[in-house]
Design a binder for this molecule. Structure first.
Ligand SMILES: Nc1ncnc2c1ncn2[C@@H]1O[C@H](COP(=O)(O)OP(=O)(O)O)[C@@H](O)[C@H]1O
Ligand SMILES: [Mg+2]
Length: 228
């Protein structure tokens, strides 16, 4: 988990972790590779990224299925009939796993916010990545949509073959049960980092958001309110 207020640098950090952005100073190691000493076009398919920036770059009329399947094309780098069919089948299965297969032939832009989020996650999973990065996947969802996303994400990270997953949010309610570690950021700096159970406290949270906060925890879920 990466937690922090708006402008803390969460998205920037994730762009670096996704090998989409180079730091101006310092060294970055991702999946045992060093950024700058590795071909990013080989590294990127090993990393699934779900962010609004990716969604925004999809063509207007792209169908949900194509929004997922095109994530594979950068990998194969060539077009063959047999790849195409296999890729489409995989894309459809991913849409199905995230409960949006009925929307497969609808334009991505016409989908509801919740459907779009799930299509984006399916897209991020298309290359069967070793590392999955989710930048505020719950943003803009209604209560039921958020809860469904939390449940599905929790199931995803609990699977035996799950990729290492990093989820960015500024809402504690969006933390799916099963995440083990947290990095708390404020103004581009680390406030605290470590196992969630020890690290996420009312104190670190108050410091991260620069406000006295109360932290509540129940059955692996979190919420927070202004301290009274
Ligand atoms: N470590 C950093 N050093 C310099 N600038 C940073 C750093 N982290 C974030 N920024 C800048 O701060 C701004 C907000 O960062 P962003 O990653 O969008 O925050 P968040 O996703 O947490 O809201 C961006 O303009 C970004 O370039
Ligand atoms: Mg952000």
């Amino acid at each position: 988990m990466v937690l922090g207020p708006n402008g803390a640098g969460k998205t920037t950090l994730l762009q670096v972790a996704a090998a989409r952005l180079h730091p101006t100073s310092g060294a970055v190691q991702i999946l045992d590779e060093t950024l700058g000493a590795v071909d990013v076009f080989e590294l990127r398919p090993r990393i699934g990224l779900c962010s609004n920036a990716v969604a925004g770059s999809l063509p207007e009329r792209e169908t949900a299925l194509n929004a997922v399947v095109t994530a594979a094309y950068g990998v194969t780098g060539r077009w063959r009939e047999e790849y195409e069919r296999l890729d489409e089948r995989r894309a459809f299965e991913l849409l199905d796993a995230w409960g949006v297969s009925t929307a497969f032939d609808r334009p991505f832009s016409s989908l509801s916010e919740g459907e779009r989020k799930r299509v984006q996650i399916a897209r991020a999973l298309m290359t069967d990545p070793e590392l999955l990065l989710l930048d505020e996947p719950g943003a803009g969802l209604d209560l039921a949509g958020r809860e469904r996303l939390v449940q599905r994400t929790s199931r995803l990270i609990g699977a035996e073959d799950a990729p290492a997953t990093v989820l960015v949010t500024h809402h504690l309610e969006e933390i799916p049960p099963g995440f083990t570690h947290v990095l708390m950021l404020r103004d581009g700096r680390t406030v605290a980092s470590g196992p969630i159970d020890e690290t996420l406290t009312a104190e670190t949270l108050s410091e991260t958001f620069d406000m006295p906060l109360e932290l509540h925890r129940r059955d692996g879920r979190f919420s927070a309110f202004a301290a009274s």
